[in-house]
Design a protein around this ligand. Structure first.
Ligand SMILES: [Zn+2]
Length: 242
């Protein structure tokens, strides 16, 4: 069996920092250890390149999002090569291979009737690229992480029917080998037991992303974009081994 390990796909709003180096070195150590034991290893790293934050960062720097991403992605990749990190795959979410995986995945999910158009309203942090609870419901309420004001958003988005899979997921995570270590497994069991909600998989009025084929004013949100980077990594053969 192949042992697969991945770093996060790092967000290219800026250059790598100590946190990116930390997780990458840990993955590298584990990958090297497993190889020494004779196991076949796929070690994945890469970059998450889409989203409003990237679009705005590029604009502030006076370059196109594509130019910005090319530059920062190269810095990440060259940095890992200089550190002699033994990665096998470097995923870019702007690559054609990745786009193909996103489209295939979307078509499959749509065919199983798990996509619908719904309303998403709330306070949004561009830094986190997600909706936040705003206890005061106030326009001056700040994201606890970014300390920046939230923006009110009222959008029609595509949703994935996660709630339909409540029972199936509960059953799956009962298997003690499915999530390790035990503490993390308990955390997930606890989270799932509170009830899974459908979630939004697209954004409108955001150009810098992969377009949803049958709704061209929508781009895919991170769950149906960057998260599939790990799938594209294991389905793209060996051609992006450096
Ligand atoms: Zn935030």
């Amino acid at each position: 069996m192949t042992f697969i390990i991945t770093t996060p796909l790092y967000y290219v709003n800026d250059k790598p920092h100590l946190g990116s180096v930390y997780t990458t070195i840990i993955c590298d150590s584990i990958a090297r250890y497993k190889r020494l034991r004779g196991e076949k290893v796929i070690f994945i790293t890469g970059v998450d390149e889409h989203g409003l934050k990237i679009q705005r960062t590029a604009l502030n720097n006076g370059v196109s999002p594509k130019e910005h991403c090319d530059k920062i992605s190269d810095i990440f990749k060259n940095n890992w090569l200089e550190w002699n990190i033994s990665f096998n795959k470097f995923i870019r979410t702007t690559s054609q291979e990745h786009e193909k995986v996103v489209y295939e995945f979307y078509e499959k999910v749509k065919a199983s009737n798990d996509i619908y158009m719904g309303e998403q309203k709330g306070w949004y942090c561009v830094g986190c690229e997600e909706f936040k609870d705003n206890p005061d419901n106030s326009p001056s309420y700040k994201c606890p992480i970014h300390k920046k004001n939230l923006e009110w958003k009222n959008e029609t988005n595509l949703f994935f029917r996660l709630s339909k899979y409540q029972d199936a997921i509960e059953e799956l995570i009962q298997d003690p080998e499915f999530i390790e270590p035990k503490e993390r497994r308990n955390e997930i069991i606890n989270f799932v037991s509170k009830g899974l909600k459908d979630f939004s998989i697209s954004r409108t009025n955001l150009d810098w992303g992969i377009r949803v084929p049958d709704h061209l004013n929508h781009t895919f949100y991170v769950w149906f974009d960057a998260l599939l980077g790990y799938v594209s990594a294991i389905s793209s053969g060996d051609k992006n081994i450096p």
